[in-house]
Design a protein around this ligand. Structure first.
Ligand code: C2E
Ligand code: CA
Ligand code: CA
Length: 697
C-alpha cells in the first residue's frame, strides 16, 4: 500500500480517546487543586486577618481588666463600653467573672453540649496563636490543636442567620457634621449596610499565665464583598466548566469528523461499497490479526472482460449499474467480517478470501463467476480471475509485514497470464515473476542492443526438393547479448510485439538483409531471394510498403532479391489496408508470402482475397507421426490449391528424407527445414550460395 496513504489512514484511524480522557481527568484534577489552594490561601489569610482585628480588641479588654485588678478597681463599667460579652476563667477553668457569656463555648459543659459534627470542609483551616472557641448558638468556628476550622459550607447554606444590618460607616464624624457637603451630594443618613457576622469567642492568657480572658468576637464580612467573591468563584467555576464542555464537544465532533473522512476515503464512488484503499488497509489488518490462526488467505483479482466495450455499446451509466450489481452479488457470497470485497475501478474487483486450499478457492471463485456472468437477464458476461494464495504455514511470520499492494499485483499478474478473453482462473507462481523480470530486462536493453548491432541475421536456405538447388532463404533474427548470451527469437519477438519495438526490429532486418544481398551481389555470389518477416503489429502502418521500399533502395538492392513474409494472423486485422499494402509491395517488385499457412485460424478465406505470391506450409504438417494418408492428402491438396492460385509453395520444418521425397512428387517448390539446413550465420550462408547441396550419406 502506498506508504503515504497508509500513514494517512493510520492517522485518521487513531481516535486518541484514551489520551483525551487522561488529559480531561488531569485537567479536572488540576483545576480542583487550583481552586482549593486558592480558597485555602485566600480563606486563611482572610479569616486570620479578621481574627487579628478582633484579637487586638480582646487584648485591649484584657489589659483594661488586668490594670483594674492591679489597681483594685472594678473595671466592669469600662469593659461594658466595648459592648461585648466576656468572662474570666481561673487556672482551674472556673468562672471568676462573667458578663453576658451565655453562648460561650469555652466552658466544659457547653463544649460537650456542642457535639455537632463540623463539616469536613476545612477551607480556611490554619494555625492561630489565640484560643478560639465556638459560639454555642452558631458553632461554625472553633479551634482544635491550634488549628482554626471554619465551617464555610454551613455558613453559605445559612447566610440569613449571620447577616445583620447596621448603619453604614462610610463617612468620618467631621464629614457627617458638614451639612453643606451632605446636602451637596444628596446624602440621606438612612443608608444601612448589610454585614455577615460570624460569632466566636476568643480567649487570651492573662499575665499570670494561667487565668484566661475570653470575649465574644465576630468575623464580619460585608455581604457585597461576599457576593462578589462568590460571583467570582462561581464565574471561574462556570468558565472552567464551559471550557470542559467545549473541549468535550470538540473531541466528539473530531472523532465523528474523522470517521466521516475515513468513510469517504474508503468508499467506492461507483458501487458505494468498499474501494481499493479499504482493501489494502483492512486487508493488511485482517491478515496481520489472524496471522497465527493457521488459515490460508487468497487474494483475488476478478476482472469483468469487455467492460469498456459494454460501456461503449450501452452507456457508462449502464456499465456502472451492472458493476454495482456485480459488487453486491460478490459481497453476498462472502463472510463480511473476515473477508473483503472491493471495487478497484473500471472492470476490476479485489477479493480477500479466507480458508480452504487452492481447489476450494478455485471452485468458490468459479461459482461467483457463474453468478456474476448472469447478473443481467439479457447478457452473459465474461470474467477472469487471478489468485495469489498466502499459505498459513509458509508465510505466518511474513504476514506481519504484508504488503497487500504487492500481493494484489501478483494476483493481477496471474490474471494477465490468461491472455485471451475467455473466462478463466489462474494462480500466481514464481515463473510468472521470472517472465515479468525477463520482459523488463529485454525492454531495458533493446534500444542499446539495436544501436550496438547485437542483433544478428541468420539465414535458413530453401531448397528445391527435386533438384536440391538453393532457391531462397529466410532471414531469422538472433540476439548475441553480452548480458544474456544467445537469445532465440521466441524469447524476445513476443515481447517486442507487445511493446512496439518490433517495428524497429523489422526495419533493422530489412536494411541488414538488403545490405548483405547487395554486398553478395556485388561480390558475384549466386544470390537468391531472401524473405524477411514483418510482424502483424507493423501492418497497421499505412505506408509500410513505402518504408520497406525506401530501406531497400537506401542499400541499392534490386527489389526481387527481397521477399516479405506475413503471418496468417495478420490477415485478420484490417483486410482492406492489408490488401492495399500487399498490392503496393508487389507493384514495387517485392514477392509477398503467407507464413505459417494451416496453423491456427482457417486461412482459405484469406487466400481468396489476398494477391500473394508464396504459400508457406506450416511446420505442424510435418510434425509427429506421418500416419497414413490423411496428412499427405491435406498437404497435397494445399499444394494443388496454391498452384491453381498461381502461388509457389514452401514447406517449413521438414526434417526427414521421406517428407522431402513426398513433397518433391507433389510439386512443392521449396523446402525450408533442418533436413537441408538449420538457420546459419551470413558467412556460412555465403558458402551455401555458391555450391550445390550435397545430400548426406
Ligand atoms: P517462422 O517465421 O515460422 O520461422 C521459422 C522457424 O522455424 C525458425 O525458428 C526456424 O529456425 C524454425 N525451423 C525451420 N526449420 C525447422 C525444422 O526443420 N525443425 C524445427 N524444429 N524448426 C525449424 P526461429 O528462428 O526460432 O524463429 C521463430 C519465430 O520467430 C519465427 O517463426 C518468426 O515468427 C519469428 N522471427 C524470427 N526472426 C524474426 C524477425 O526477424 N522478425 C520477425 N518479425 N519475426 C521473427
Ligand atoms: Ca517466417
Ligand atoms: Ca513459418
Amino acid at each position: 500500500m502506498a506508504g503515504k496513504n497508509k500513514k494517512r489512514v493510520k492517522e485518521l484511524k487513531k481516535s486518541y480517546t484514551w489520551i483525551w480522557l487522561i488529559v480531561f481527568v488531569l485537567l479536572i484534577i488540576i483545576s480542583c487543586v487550583m481552586v482549593s489552594v486558592f480558597a485555602l490561601v485566600y480563606g486563611s489569610s482572610f479569616v486570620s486577618g479578621k481574627l487579628d482585628g478582633e484579637r487586638s480588641i480582646v487584648e485591649n479588654m484584657a489589659s483594661v481588666y488586668e490594670a483594674g485588678v492591679k489597681r483594685g478597681d472594678d473595671t466592669s463599667e469600662t469593659l461594658s463600653a466595648f459592648k461585648r460579652g466576656y468572662l474570666i476563667l481561673d487556672g482551674e477553668r472556673n468562672i471568676v467573672y462573667s458578663e453576658s457569656a451565655d453562648t460561650c463555648g469555652a466552658l466544659k459543659d457547653r463544649e460537650e453540649a456542642d457535639n455537632r459534627e463540623y463539616m469536613s470542609v476545612e477551607i480556611g483551616a490554619f494555625v492561630y496563636d489565640a484560643d478560639v472557641y465556638p459560639d454555642t448558638e452558631y458553632p461554625v468556628i472553633r479551634q482544635e490543636d491550634d488549628e482554626v476550622t471554619v465551617d464555610i459550607l454551613h455558613i453559605l447554606q445559612n447566610t440569613d442567620s449571620y447577616i445583620v444590618e447596621s448603619e453604614r460607616d462610610m463617612f468620618t464624624e467631621d464629614e457627617l457634621n458638614d451639612a453643606e457637603l451632605l446636602e451637596e451630594i444628596g446624602f440621606i443618613n438612612e443608608s444601612r449596610e448589610r454585614k455577615m457576622m460570624i460569632p466566636l469567642w476568643m480567649g487570651l492568657k492573662l499575665s499570670d499565665g494561667r487565668s484566661e480572658f475570653i470575649a465574644k468576637s465576630y468575623i464580619s464580612v460585608e455581604v457585597s464583598d461576599l457576593v462578589l467573591l462568590i460571583t467570582v468563584i462561581a464565574g471561574v467555576f462556570l468558565l472552567v466548566l464551559a471550557s470542559y464542555v467545549v473541549m468535550i464537544i470538540n473531541i466528539i465532533s473530531g472523532i465523528s469528523r474523522r470517521r466521516k473522512t475515513l468513510r469517504v476515503f474508503f468508499t467506492d464512488a461507483v458501487t458505494q461499497g468498499h474501494n481499493y484503499m479499504y482493501f489494502l488497509y483492512e486487508g493488511e489488518e485482517l491478515i496481520k490479526k489472524y496471522r497465527n490462526r493457521g488459515v490460508n488467505y487468497h487474494v483475488v483479482d476478478l476482472d469483468f472482460v469487455g467492460y469498456r466495450n459494454f460501456c461503449v455499446c450501452h452507456s457508462a451509466e449502464e456499465g456502472e449499474r451492472v458493476t454495482t450489481r456485480i459488487y453486491q452479488e460478490i459481497r453476498d457470497k462472502m463472510d463480511r467480517r473476515k473477508e473483503i470485497c472491493a471495487h478497484v475501478g473500471g472492470e476490476s474487483f479485489a477479493l480477500l478470501l479466507r480458508d480452504g486450499d487452492k481447489e476450494t478457492v478455485r471452485s468458490r471463485i468459479q461459482s461467483i463467476m457463474d453468478i456474476v456472468s448472469h447478473v443481467t437477464d439479457d447478457h452473459v458476461f465474461v470474467f477472469q480471475a487471478g489468485i495469489e494464495t498466502l499459505e498459513a504455514d509458509a508465510n505466518a511470520a511474513e504476514r506481519k509485514y504484508i504488503d497487500m499492494g504487492e500481493v494484489y499485483n501478483k494476483a493481477c499478474a496471474a490474471r494477465e497470464s490468461l491472455n485471451s478473453d475467455d473466462p478463466g482462473i489462474a494462480f500466481f507462481d514464481k515463473k510468472l515473476i521470472e517472465d515479468r523480470r525477463w520482459e523488463d530486462n529485454v525492454q531495458e536493453h533493446q534500444q542499446a542492443a539495436l544501436i550496438n548491432e547485437e542483433f544478428v541475421v541468420y539465414y535458413q536456405p530453401k531448397y528445391d526438393p527435386r533438384t536440391d538447388e538453393l532457391r531462397g532463404a529466410e532471414a531469422l533474427i538472433r540476439w548475441q547479448s553480452p548480458d544474456f548470451g544467445f537469445v532465440p527469437p521466441g524469447r524476445m519477438i513476443p515481447i517486442f510485439e507487445k511493446n512496439g519495438f518490433i517495428t524497429e526490429i523489422d526495419h533493422y532486418m530489412v536494411s541488414h538483409v538488403a545490405r548483405d544481398q547487395k554486398r553478395w551481389l556485388d561480390a558475384g555470389f549466386k544470390c537468391v531471394p531472401v524473405s524477411v518477416n514483418i510482424s502483424r503489429a507493423h501492418f497497421i502502418e499505412s505506408d509500410l510498403a513505402e518504408q520497406i521500399r525506401d530501406l531497400v533502395d537506401a542499400e541499392g538492392t534490386p527489389h526481387e532479391l527481397l521477399e516479405i513474409e506475413l503471418t496468417e494472423s495478420a490477415f485478420f486485422d484490417d483486410k482492406k489496408a492489408m490488401i492495399n499494402t500487399i498490392e503496393k509491395l508487389k507493384s514495387y517488385g517485392f514477392a509477398v508470402s503467407m507464413d505459417d499457412f494451416g496453423s491456427g485460424y482457417s486461412s482459405l478465406n484469406s487466400l481468396k482475397d489476398m494477391p500473394l505470391d508464396v504459400l508457406k506450409l506450416d511446420a505442424e504438417f510435418f510434425r509427429g507421426e506421418t500416419d497414413g494418408n490423411r496428412g499427405e492428402i491435406v498437404v497435397s491438396e494445399a499444394i494443388q490449391l496454391a498452384k491453381k492460385l498461381n502461388m509457389r509453395t514452401v514447406a517449413e520444418g521438414v526434417e526427414i528424407r521421406d517428407q522431402v521425397d513426398f513433397l518433391a512428387t507433389q510439386g512443392c517448390d521449396m523446402i525450408q527445414g533442418y533436413f537441408y539446413a538449420k538457420p546459419m550465420p551470413g558467412e556460412e550462408y555465403e558458402v551455401r550460395m555458391n555450391e550445390r547441396y550435397k545430400p548426406k550419406e
